[in-house]
Ligand binder design. Structure first.
Ligand SMILES: O=C(O)CCC(=O)C(=O)O
Length: 291
C-alpha cells in the first residue's frame, strides 16, 4: 500500500510523539469546514449560555465566560460531525485519515472530534495534558489529528507538544479529583521543552494520544481554529464510559473491524464520567453566564 507519510514523518511520530504534514485535506473541503464554522460563530451571537444537545446530553456549543452578541467567544463545538455533513464526510474521507492508517493501521476506527476555537481577545488556553488520560483504552495506538483551519503561530496561541512525553503515563488527578491536566509545577518544568506547532491552514499535526500538549491564549489579531479528531487501532477498546461520544464513535474508517482486543501493559488512573460540557470546564476555566 502506498504510504501517505514520509519516513521522516513516521520517525518523528515514533520518537517525538507527533508529526506535521501538508495535504491532510483538500482546499475545497477546508473552505467548506471553515464556512460552516464561520456560520456557527455567527449563530453563537444569539446565545448567552452553552447550547445545542448532543448524543450524551451535554451541550454541543461551549462558550467562554464574557461571551456576548457583540464579541462572540465560542470556544468549542463537540462532535461537529454529528450535525454537519461536511464534517461527517471529512472525518471519514479526508487524506489525514489515510495518514493515521499509515501510523496505526491498517484497521482504524473513529473515536470523536471537536472544534477548538481561539478568537483574538479570548482567554481560552489549554493546560498540559495527554488525550489518553481522558479516554483510556486497552492499548495506546491512538492518534489525535489536529487540522489547522487557520494559519497557526506563536502569535495566535499555537499548540505546543512536549517531544518524547508519549512514552509514559502522567497523573491528571489532584487531591483525588480528576482535573484533566498534569501538576502545574511539572507543567512549568516541561513547558520550556515543548515544541511549537506552527503551520498553514490545511496542515495537520498527527499526535500520539499520550503526548503531553497545551497552548496559551490567542494574544494576536488572527483567529486560531482547529478541527481535532481522534482515531484508534480497531483492536483498542475503551476502559471507561466516553465523555465525548459521537454518533460515529467506533465506526471503522479504514480496514476491517477487529474480533480481538490488544492489551498493553501499564498503570494509570481511570477518569470519571464528568457532567461538564467540555474539557475547558474540567480544567477549571469559566463558562459564559456561569451555569
Ligand atoms: O486547542 C489546542 O491548542 C489543543 C487542544 C487540546 O489539547 C484538546 O482539546 O484536547
Amino acid at each position: 500500500m502506498p504510504s501517505h507519510l514520509t519516513d521522516a514523518q513516521r520517525r518523528s511520530f515514533a520518537e517525538r510523539g507527533y508529526a506535521i504534514a501538508q495535504g491532510g485535506i483538500s482546499p475545497q473541503t477546508l473552505a467548506d469546514l471553515r464556512g460552516q464554522l464561520d456560520a456557527w460563530i455567527e449563530e453563537s451571537r444569539g446565545h448567552a449560555r452553552n447550547y445545542g444537545e448532543t448524543e450524551i446530553g451535554k451541550k454541543r456549543f461551549d462558550l467562554e465566560e464574557g461571551h456576548s452578541a457583540e464579541a462572540p467567544r465560542l470556544r468549542r463545538v463537540m462532535n461537529p460531525c454529528d450535525v454537519s455533513e461536511v464534517y461527517e464526510s471529512a472525518i471519514r474521507n479526508a487524506p489525514f485519515v489515510d495518514m493515521v492508517a499509515d501510523l496505526i493501521g491498517p484497521n482504524v476506527k473513529f473515536h470523536h472530534c471537536k472544534l477548538n476555537i481561539k478568537l483574538p481577545g479570548m482567554a481560552t488556553r489549554v493546560d498540559y495534558h495527554s488525550d489518553h488520560a481522558f479516554e483510556p483504552h486497552t492499548n495506546t495506538d491512538m492518534v489525535t489529528v489536529l487540522l489547522l483551519l487557520d494559519d497557526m503561530s506563536e502569535a495566535n496561541g499555537c499548540l505546543r507538544i512536549v517531544p518524547g512525553s508519549h512514552r509514559r503515563f502522567y497523573d491528571h488527578f489532584r487531591d483525588g479529583e480528576f482535573v484533566g491536566a498534569i501538576d502545574p509545577a511539572l507543567a512549568e518544568e516541561l513547558a520550556p521543552h515543548a515544541a511549537p506547532v506552527e503551520g498553514k491552514a490545511g496542515d495537520v499535526c498527527l499526535m500520539h494520544s499520550m503526548a503531553l500538549h497545551g497552548s496559551g491564549p490567542n494574544l494576536g489579531t488572527a483567529p486560531r481554529r482547529l478541527l481535532i479528531a481522534e482515531y484508534l487501532a480497531a483492536d483498542a477498546w475503551p476502559l471507561t464510559r466516553s465523555n465525548v461520544k459521537s454518533r460515529f464513535t467506533g465506526e471503522i474508517v479504514r480496514g476491517s473491524p477487529s474480533e480481538t482486543c490488544r492489551l498493553e501493559a501499564g498503570v494509570f488512573k481511570l477518569p470519571p464520567y464528568y457532567e461538564e460540557d467540555s474539557f475547558f470546564s474540567v480544567q477549571g476555566q469559566k463558562t459564559a453566564a456561569a451555569q
